[in-house]
Design a protein around this ligand. Structure first.
Ligand SMILES: Nc1ncnc2c1ncn2[C@@H]1O[C@H](COP(=O)(O)OP(=O)(O)OP(=O)(O)O)[C@@H](O)[C@H]1O
Length: 567
């Protein structure tokens, strides 16, 4: 439905037909109709806006209509909620009504709870309405005797006109329009007075042309008007594999743009959708703070295996050739929150590699349909950023055991992944490592198991590791927890994962804040908050419980004995 049709709808409120057109004066309505027919939504809104400014406040003729309509509408509050589109918003009669009233009437609107209860004969404001009209029903009020100052545009004095002109701010750099003594509509050419005047084709055409000329600007014209130094073409130099080139880019941005474009013109990315490349660069490449081995508490054996099997070969590919060639992929399995992602990040940081982190479930849900393209793009971009580590969290959901009930799209992603996996690091100089992490190793497809040659069990941290996590986390906090107390906390939280220990420390750190009386919270200086102490940890131990059950642990141990890398 176009806008004008939408406006032509008449509401039946309490059996009284109400057409929103009745809220305009004739001139405004006529002009509005033409613009909605002749130009874009934006143009018509701009014109409407200008028309409103010019015709404000509403003139005598439609004041009756307005009040009657409003009273009817407001007796039926359900219907008054039907203004939905932006055009409806513009002609919301409540807004129009408020515009038409002098400010002094506001208090009555408040007193009678908005327009619902508002009727002129109850109004106790000092409205400039003639006394004799005040107690007459609305229908009978002689409008000639109501406040001409507010209701009759003819009677505007010069000061009001000036104030009006101040308010009238053309949008989109429209030419400043000169106002004559009587309030003229926004368009320069003399607008026809009535709808019938416009029926002559010639006039209608001319009028449409004028409206369009004044209110419409193309995006390019708009851009050049607001930024004369801007690039004069919109994305004309864009290449097939190139990103969108913003015409607003400054010199520095342009240099960065060139660098990225060079990357994107890489042969290996020739058949990859540029949108996917951008998505990978922005969402999947992890640019967080680099992780060192010391940031990972415990897990000594896992760390040394990874160092030998992965880090050194990535650093010295010349030595690790032939039989010493590193595995293409490793699997980290174990209970949740034990540092598998940390290890992946650490490997990338140690090898100065780019870290790509993606969750397999997002491949099969977020990008379902595009999942296989995404996998292809991921490996292609990773090849361009070598050395690279592709970390795939929840790899079990991508490489599950095949079944008849498997979704077709999931099967295709899985196949593409295995194809890419086999193709990865086939060249001597390729330095690409796939790190898969899972909490459910038993659900892995055997094809995947075979490819992830090194399968490392990442267990729950032992007491020493827990103490180290606590000490590391307290390093940046104001605390008075001694070394022996940290050791005691480490012992007390047996069965906690690394993530649980972190949650415990976060809970303990809230202790000092909870001691601050509520009324002081807003103003208290940071150094007046007391340090974290052992009591805070004792309290926290009551609240934070371990998240991994002993039953689950048994499964990991069993799987590790069967398929894990013994160390
Ligand atoms: N060994 C550890 N050393 C230091 N911090 C750890 C360790 N294990 C876990 N953490 C803490 O727990 C948080 C979560 O760890 P991480 O995300 O690496 O676990 P995950 O094994 O990948 O978990 P999930 O299986 O749920 O993805 C880390 O940010 C870190 O603060």
């Amino acid at each position: 439905m176009n806008e004008i049709e939408e406006l032509d709808v008449t509401f039946n409120v309490n059996n009284i037909p109400i057409n929103p057109h009745s809220l305009f004066n004739n001139q405004a309505l006529c002009q509005y109709k033409i613009t909605t027919q002749s130009s874009s939504n934006i143009t018509s809104l701009l014109t409407l806006d200008a028309v409103w400014n010019v015709n404000e406040p509403v003139d005598n003729k439609n004041f009756d209509l307005l009040l009657n309509s409003l009273n009817a509408i407001n007796h039926n509050s359900n219907n008054s909620k039907t203004w939905t589109s932006s055009l409806w918003d513009q002609i919301d009669p409540v807004a129009l009504f408020k515009k038409s009233l002098p400010e002094s009437a506001e208090c009555c609107l408040v007193k009678y709870k908005g327009l619902d209860g508002f009727v002129l004969d109850k109004c106790s404001c000092t409205l400039e309405i003639h006394e004799s009209n005040k107690h007459r029903p609305i229908e009978n009020i002689d409008r000639q005797q109501t406040s001409t100052k507010y209701l009759n545009p003819e009677s505007y004095d010069n000061q009001s006109k000036l104030a009006e002109e101040q308010r009238f701010k053309p949008k989109f750099n429209r030419p400043k329009l000169t106002r004559t003594t009587t309030l003229q509509p926004v368009i320069n050419s003399t607008p026809p007075n009535t709808e019938t005047d416009l029926e002559s084709d010639e006039e209608l055409k001319q009028h449409k042309h004028n409206v369009a000329k004044i209110t419409f600007k193309t995006a390019k014209e708009q851009l050049l008007a607001s930024n004369p130094g801007a690039k004069r073409t919109l994305g004309a130099s864009r290449k097939a594999q190139g990103k969108f080139v913003s015409p607003m880019l400054g010199v520095q941005d342009k240099q960065e743009q060139q660098v990225t474009e060079t990357e994107l013109t890489d042969e290996r990315l020739k058949h990859i959708d540029p949108k996917m490349i951008e998505l990978i660069e922005s969402e999947i490449i992890d640019k967080g703070t680099p992780i060192g081995w010391d940031d990972i508490a415990g897990l000594q054996m896992a760390k040394s295996v990874i160092q030998e099997a992965v880090v050194w070969p990535l650093l010295r590919p010349d030595i690790f050739t032939g039989l010493r060639r590193p595995p293409k992929g490793i699997l980290l399995f174990g209970p949740p929150g034990t540092g598998k992602t940390l290890i992946g990040k650490c490997v990338a940081a140690q090898c100065n590699a780019t870290f790509f982190s993606i969750s397999a479930s997002s491949l099969t849900s977020k990008w379902l349909g595009d999942g296989e393209k995404m996998v292809r793009a991921l490996f292609a971009v990773a090849r361009c950023h070598q050395p690279a580590v592709i970390f795939i969290d929840e790899i079990d959901s991508l490489l599950t055991q095949r079944s008849d009930t498997e979704h077709e799209a999931t099967r295709r992603i899985k196949t593409e992944f295995l194809v890419q996996f086999d193709g990865a690091a086939t060249e001597e100089e390729d330095r690409l490592l796939i790190v898969g992490a899972t909490n459910r190793p038993q659900e892995l497809d055997e094809a995947a198991r075979r490819r992830l040659v090194k399968r490392l069990y990442i267990p729950l941290p032992d007491a020493d590791a827990r103490k180290q996590i606590i000490t590391n986390l307290l390093r940046n906090e104001k605390h008075e927890v001694s070394d022996s107390e940290a050791e005691e906390v480490g012992r007390l939280c047996a069965g906690y994962s690394g993530a649980d220990v972190r949650a415990l420390c976060a809970e303990a750190a809230m202790g000092p804040v909870r001691c601050v009386p509520l009324h002081r919270m807003a103003a208290i200086a940071t150094d007046q908050v007391r340090p974290v102490n052992m009591q805070d940890f004792r309290n926290a131990l009551q609240r934070v419980r371990p998240s991994v059950s002993q039953n689950d642990l048994g499964q990991y141990v069993k799987w590790n004995e069967t398929y894990g890398q013994g160390f």
